[in-house]
Write a new protein. Structure first.
Length: 241
């Protein structure tokens, strides 16, 4: 009986070691696969920045041209510089308005050309959308862009890979005002500034309700001892930021 018990104990230890080894191998495989996927997909997108004192207003532009001037006027009144992500097809038909945005000192980002759902595109088509938008904006402004905001926030590994190869960082958001759907200035304002903190990226569009909420947003940001700055400054603040 003692021999049987010893044999059973030995087998139990052996099986335990086998299970433990198998678990370690599985975990390593998952870790490697995840790392491989990350590298294949390019640099991960940014949902916020590292600044503790700055936030950014991400204004995505494919439509709403009539609201650009009022937004620029409000931002200029408070000496605010931020980032406009420009759709290529919009830029192609609104060169003068695009120049106004640049001349007001705002950062210009890439929002794709045709407002495609980039999560459904392969790398070649992702690259084409980003490149086409880049070229039309560069033709107008003679400047290169380095920040890409996918339309509707839709992306996949191919999007990230294409963006990185083209010298772009992919930008998402911390806060979404959903102003394209909810045309309520009070609601847009609350979504933008409730519990706001440094590093936040606040997504909005040129709409009538957004214009009505914008000045209050700016004032509230300032009252929280924060500054509004372009996305690039919020991502990687200087030592004194």
């Amino acid at each position: 009986m003692t021999a049987i018990r010893n044999r059973a104990k030995f087998l139990s230890v052996v099986l335990g070691n086998i299970v433990m080894c198998a678990t370690v191998v599985a975990l390593l495989a998952v870790t490697f696969a995840g790392d491989k996927a990350t590298r294949a997909g390019g640099e991960a997108p940014y949902y916020s920045g590292k600044s503790e004192t700055k936030v950014s207003l991400m204004i995505n532009v494919y439509w709403g041209t009539e609201y650009i001037d009022p937004m620029l006027e409000i931002l200029g009144r408070y000496n605010v510089k931020t980032t406009f992500f420009i759709g290529g097809s919009w830029a192609a038909g609104n060169a003068e308005t695009l120049k106004k945005i640049r001349d007001a000192g705002h950062e210009i980002g890439n929002h794709g050309y045709y407002h495609k759902e980039h999560s459904k595109l392969d790398e070649e088509r992702n690259s084409r959308e980003i490149s086409m938008a880049h070229e039309v904006v560069k033709d107008v402004l003679e400047t290169d862009m380095t920040l890409f905001a996918p339309p509707s926030g839709a992306f996949n590994d191919a999007t990230l890979a294409a963006a990185e190869k083209l010298g772009y960082r992919t930008i998402m958001w911390t806060r979404d005002t959903i102003d394209w759907r909810d045309h309520d200035a009070d609601l847009i304002y609350r979504r933008a500034v409730k519990n706001i903190k440094g590093g936040d990226l606040i997504l909005m569009h040129p709409t009538d309700a957004t214009v009505k909420a914008l000045e209050r947003m700016v004032i509230t940001v300032f009252s929280n001892n924060l500054r509004i700055a372009p996305v690039s400054e919020v991502l990687y603040p200087s030592v004194t930021a």
